[in-house]
Design a protein around this ligand. Structure first.
Ligand code: SF4
Length: 309
């Protein structure tokens, strides 16, 4: 990566520092090379390949994203399904218990100021909760939770890949009767159409690679439980898919390095723009990205909590 040259055109103090000191003078950085992220997760790989500019805002500028009903609902449903399997013994994992867990998670959620910031009126809240309940109910059409032997939920893994730190969180890691491992990932969005299924499974194989590197064991399956349809999409990792995934991951990492060196993160408009918090900063929507600011100069109040999603 190029050495950073953060010389501003005016006041020698960086803009972010002066913001912290209560000044509002705008500083234009003449040269800037952003700092590489220290690690990469499956969602960050997907983020960069979906849209390099959104990746920059998220992983390099670390601009907090506005909470969205979609993401908030996903978090709620994940919590319910994780507690169902982790806090209740096989035999007790019934739809009624899941509904009670939804009540519990909902009570926590409505007290969260981030949920309040969604500004849902009474009707929208009721629709939000009913949809979450439907997703939880749909789960039971996809698997029998009493047959699940989970070795962990929200399993955090980290490993080194050719000098790159890979990290990720697996929704659930199961052990089968023969001792083999299965990765389970809950999805609350729409399942990809068959045309895009192979592309979307690319990220899935990264979970398998992470297991191989961190645990020394390749899962025999990676199951995506799409709760909305509901449908299960299963990927079967093999030496070939793992080799391909190593190459693709390193290729994405090198592309990120190049983008950082040239401070060049292009927008890639797609259907995902409809859900993107960064539209106001995006040239594709008439916005202007801020000058690149190294992460250590981002004001603390703008830095979101560490996330490995
Ligand atoms: S609005 Fe679309 S093109 Fe712009 S940053 Fe977001 S995802 Fe990328």
């Amino acid at each position: 990566m190029m050495a950073s040259d953060h010389r501003p055109s005016g006041d020698a103090r960086p803009a972010a520092r002066r913001q912290r000191e209560g000044h509002s003078l705008v500083v234009v950085f003449t040269t800037m090379s952003p700092t590489l992220p220290r690690s990469l997760s499956p969602s960050r790989v997907t983020s960069f390949t979906d849209c390099p500019l959104a990746f920059r805002f998220r992983a390099i500028d670390r601009i907090p994203e506005a909470p969205s009903p979609h993401a908030t609902k996903g978090t709620l449903v994940h919590r319910v399904l994780e507690r169902l399997v982790w806090e209740h013994a096989a035999g007790d994992r019934t739809p009624a218990v899941a509904a009670a867990e939804l009540d519990r998670a909902w009570a926590d959620l409505v007290d969260d100021p981030r949920f309040g910031s969604l500004e849902l009126d009474e009707g929208a809240r009721a629709a939000f909760r009913a949809d979450a309940a439907q997703l939880v109910e749909n789960y039971f059409a996809l698997e029998d939770p009493d047959a699940v032997e989970a070795v962990g939920v929200e399993v955090s893994l980290e490993a080194d890949l050719g000098g790159l730190r890979l990290r990720g969180i697996i929704d659930r890691l199961d052990r089968m009767e023969d001792g083999t491992l299965v990765v389970v990932d809950y999805k609350t969005g729409r399942a990809p159409s068959p045309r895009f299924e192979r592309v979307k499974l690319t990220g899935v194989h990264l979970y398998a690679l992470l297991c191989e590197l961190a645990l020394g064991a390749v899962p025999v399956e990676v199951r995506l439980l799409h709760l909305r349809e509901p449908v299960v999409i299963t990927a079967y990792p093999s030496p070939q898919t793992l080799r391909g995934q190593r190459q693709r991951t390193m290729a994405v990492w090198h592309a990120i390095e190049r983008a950082c060196e040239h401070a060049d993160f292009q927008p890639r408009p797609s259907g995902l723009c409809a859900y993107c918090s960064y539209q106001p900063l995006c040239p594709a929507f008439g916005g202007t990205p801020p000058d690149l600011v190294p992460p250590d100069l981002v004001p603390p109040e703008l830095v979101p909590p560490a996330s490995v999603s």
